[in-house]
Ligand binder design. Structure first.
Ligand code: PLP
Length: 390
């Protein structure tokens, strides 16, 4: 069977591969704990589920406009007003199948073949593959644990060329959990604007920021310079709705139309019932998120104390639900890199983790703390034993 050259070049998702191996071991009767998860372990809030049931009962089951029902687009625009004081209209919003499709649509709409995309590393696994699918070229800008994995305008400038078209920023970050302050985000956006580089700001974890840090967004900068920035958001992580597949963008009307064109020829609208649920989520109470944040802060502290207790370097992040410690001092001849070490930890500790190589940093391993406290402690004790022998 012949598969296109374009696809042959794309790597399969490392996260999915880890999960598949963990499932296979479970099927053999092994007790496996997964800290490889990329979703909150909380359920979708009841009032959101009720809204979906009502939509179904009302027969709201037909095609909708491709970029989303008007009231939902309005709610997306309203979200940025409510939380960040940015003023936008429904024409600046598009609703897509998760943050993932928003990113894909954006890259397809913005890139010509050979255009370069600056991607601070470590980066979310799908960015390079998406850039490649859109015929762009990823240019990675490395950051280190000492820098809390945050990029500077100087480092971006050093990586910029005449072909640089887009900067793909992600805060809070998957895999590091690190967050830019509002001031640093604004500084980077100003640098990008001065160089004619378009910023895609992936803010899908924006509600999951832990005090004293505060949520930051480029939505105000977008309002001032709408032709230079697009914001990516989603209900997946912040509202425990990963399976519903609702993401959205705030972007210039022309870009929204371009994205809508791509979406109209690929998936059309997001599931009509999920759109009604999303409308209730966006316009309703966000108290559930505060509860979830309290759990995440507690678990972050537990995990960070245990991991740094191994002697590993690990910034204590202000957002999302991941830790990304440097663990290469524990690599061994039989497990000389992050992928081999993750296999070893799966086999010997029964814990599934994602190798740092999937995120562009082979010295590290990603730990998700979206599991209950006891499970988290047990998993980390088992990993610690294999790594340190203690
Ligand atoms: N951006 C980042 C940084 C993510 O971690 C994810 C999901 O893991 C996404 C985007 C995509 O989210 P969604 O599930 O809404 O497609």
């Amino acid at each position: 069977m012949r598969i296109s050259d374009r696809l042959e070049r794309i790597k399969p998702s490392a996260t999915l591969a880890v999960n598949a191996r963990a499932q296979a071991l479970k099927a053999q009767g092994r007790e496996i704990i997964s800290l490889a998860v990329g979703q909150p372990d909380f359920g979708t809030p009841a009032h959101v589920c009720e809204a979906a049931k009502a939509a179904l009962d009302e027969g709201f089951t037909r095609y909708t406009p491709v970029p989303g029902i008007p009231e939902l687009r309005e709610a997306v625009a309203g979200y940025y007003g409510r939380f960040y004081g940015a003023s936008a209209s429904a024409d600046n919003a598009i609703v897509s199948n998760g943050g993932k499709q928003v990113l894909y649509n954006l890259l397809m709409a913005l890139l010509n073949p050979g255009d370069e995309v600056l991607i601070p590393a470590p980066y979310w696994v799908s960015y390079p593959a998406m850039v490649q699918l859109a015929d762009g070229v990823s240019v990675f800008v490395s950051t280190t644990a000492e820098q809390d994995y945050l990029v500077t305008p100087d480092a971006l400038e050093a990586a910029r060329t005449a072909r640089t078209r887009v900067l793909l920023l992600n805060s809070p970050s998957n895999p590091t959990g690190c967050c830019y302050t509002q001031a640093r985000l604004d500084e980077i956006a100003a640098w990008a604007r001065s160089r004619g580089v378009f910023v895609i700001s992936d803010e899908v974890y924006d509600r999951l920021v832990y005090a004293p840090a505060e949520p930051a967004s480029l939505s105000k900068a977008w309002e001032a310079h709408p032709e230079t920035i697009a914001i990516v958001g989603a209900l997946s992580k912040s509202f425990c709705m990963t399976g519903w597949r609702v993401g959205y963008a705030l972007a210039h009307e022309t870009l929204v139309k371009a994205m809508s064109k791509i979406q109209g020829q690929s998936t059309s609208n997001v599931n009509s019932i999920a759109q009604k649920a999303a409308l209730t989520a966006l316009n309703g109470s966000w108290d559930i998120v505060d509860e979830m944040k309290r759990s995440f802060v507690r678990r972050r502290d537990i995990a960070h104390a245990i991991i740094t207790g191994w002697g590993a370097q690990c910034p204590k992040p202000d957002g999302a639900f991941y830790l990304f410690p440097v663990l290469d001092q524990f690599y061994t001849p039989d497990a000389p890199d992050s992928a081999a070490m993750c296999s070893k930890l799966l086999d010997e500790a029964g814990v599934a983790l994602v190798p740092g190589s999937a995120f562009g940093d082979d010295k590290c391993i990603r730990f998700s703390y979206a599991v209950d406290d006891d499970t988290l402690r047990t998993a980390l004790e088992r990993v610690g034993k294999v790594l340190t022998g203690r």
